[in-house]
Design a protein around this ligand. Structure first.
Ligand SMILES: Cc1cc2nc3c(=O)[nH]c(=O)nc-3n(C[C@H](O)[C@H](O)[C@H](O)COP(=O)(O)OP(=O)(O)OC[C@H]3O[C@@H](n4cnc5c(N)ncnc54)[C@H](O)[C@@H]3O)c2cc1C
Length: 396
């Protein structure tokens, strides 16, 4: 519970209360050589509008299954039903983040041999980016898919830059996978930089506050015995992705021992998915509703090359049991345009998006939801998550 004046400042939207003292902390450190090292400018917490967390503000609960593959996403090529099939699925909790990079690799493979007509199966993050990249490289592209925006699983994602979230098992991925991941992540990151500042804000930056210590709980706990060793490659991008730093005590309005602050990219999935779909159609692409029951059904297509972006659907279609579902659920609250920051507290993450406030219990390790393929919403989980965050804003 917030019991201090800083808490009241937060409730009053005066999160900058501590800013004066924080600003006063700017120092220049001397180095062993006697040179003055450049100091990081102090971050001044801006006024933080309170999140209006109450269960009666839940507008919907959505559930999605992350398509986790221990080896990492599948990107190989095979010949099936007379077609050259390039796979592009199995991105775990990183599909939006890695989409442009992964699809650049898949599109390159699809165009080897000079084909000019390509079928893309799937209309989620990977299908849309593959289709756009192929089309912009000069191919005639048709997307065939059972679902399109807003019915895809991609549409139900949180929408944060999370390129190594459940993307592989560090002990099972091939030795070259970390470098491949970095190539995909850097290409995606660069592509998303070009989508910032557009009308509708398909991609934007937001401040994030990670609340730790005491009752806030620690960061995600240690890896439980026998659990998957989820790969963590974030450090490979340290030169382009802003880091998180501890805020000095008293410089923030949160009622916890320790707060880390960072700035992160976010995908406003509703705008982003619609923009990608509209761009693809406006640039001459076609989307055809079609369901494939077995790989042999690909024979129905006229295109000689197929990019397979079926996500979790590849488990059934391709009988790929190396895909493990990792369930994730979001409680949506009515949007608060005045809120521009995300919070992580007691394993609940909150992200403000133009289409709603995303509230998600993420568990105390990445094993949360692992192996669970239940897409039915769990109201109690949603309400607990909302109530947890509400406690931050309660008056003493
Ligand atoms: C709760 C949650 C939060 C997430 N948050 C993030 C995040 O913040 N950032 C991030 O980067 N990632 C996030 N992810 C992961 C991301 O959502 C997935 O990695 C991504 O959606 C996978 O995209 P996809 O295009 O491969 O699959 P999908 O979106 O599932 O698309 C598959 C497409 O293939 C079609 N299809 C499937 N089978 C068939 C078939 N047999 N016949 C015809 N069509 C078929 C479908 O209809 C659909 O069009 C999150 C996932 C979950 C569950």
């Amino acid at each position: 519970m917030i019991t201090t004046s800083s808490r009241r400042a937060m409730l009053a939207g005066l999160g900058g209360l501590g800013a004066t003292s924080l600003a006063g902390c700017v120092t220049q450190g001397g180095t062993a050589s006697g040179l003055i090292a450049p100091s990081r400018p102090a971050f001044v917490v801006p006024p933080l509008a309170p999140l209006r967390m109450s269960v009666d503000r839940i507008t919907k609960i959505t559930v999605c299954l992350r398509p986790f593959r221990a080896a990492g996403p599948r990107l190989d090529v095979e010949q099936v039903a007379g077609k050259r099939v390039v796979h592009n699925y199995g991105h775990g909790g990183s599909g939006w983040s890695l989409s442009w990079g992964s699809s650049t690799i898949a599109a390159g493979k699809a165009l080897e041999g000079g084909t000019k007509e390509v079928a893309v199966i799937g209309c989620g993050a990977l299908g849309l980016t593959s289709a756009l990249l192929l089309q912009r490289a000069g191919a005639k592209v048709t997307i065939y898919a059972k679902e399109r925006t807003p019915q895809t699983r991609s549409f139900r994602a949180t929408g944060t830059w999370s390129p190594d979230s459940r993307v592989a098992d560090a002990d099972k991925a091939a030795p070259g996978f970390p470098a491949l991941w970095e190539e995909m992540a850097r290409a995606s990151y660069a592509a998303y930089q070009t989508l910032l500042g557009l009308p509708g804000e398909p991609v934007s930056w937001s401040d994030r506050y990670t609340l730790l210590g005491g009752g806030a709980g620690g960061p995600r706990g240690p890896r439980p015995a026998g659990s998957v060793h989820f790969a963590e490659y974030g450090e490979r991008l340290h030169d382009i992705v802003p880091g998180f730093q501890d805020l000095p005590a008293g410089s923030h309005p949160f009622p916890v021992e320790r707060v880390r602050h960072g700035t992160s990219m976010q995908f406003n999935v509703s705008d982003l998915a619609h923009m990608l779909t509209n761009d693809f159609l406006a640039e001459g692409g076609r989307i055809v509703a079609m369901t494939f029951d077995t790989p042999a059904d690909l024979a129905r297509l006229s295109e000689p090359v197929v990019v397979n972006c079926t996500g979790y659907g590849a488990r059934a279609l391709w009988k790929d049991e190396t895909i493990t579902p990792v369930r994730g659920q979001i409680a949506w609250l009515a949007a608060q345009p005045e809120v521009h920051y995300g919070v992580y507290y007691k394993h609940v993450s909150v992200l403000p998006r133009p289409d709603g406030i995303v509230v998600q219990y993420v568990g105390d390790s990445d094993m949360w939801g692992y192996g669970i393929d239940v897409e039915r919403p769990d109201r109690a989980e949603a309400e607990n998550a909302v109530t947890t965050i509400a406690s931050l804003y309660e008056r003493a």
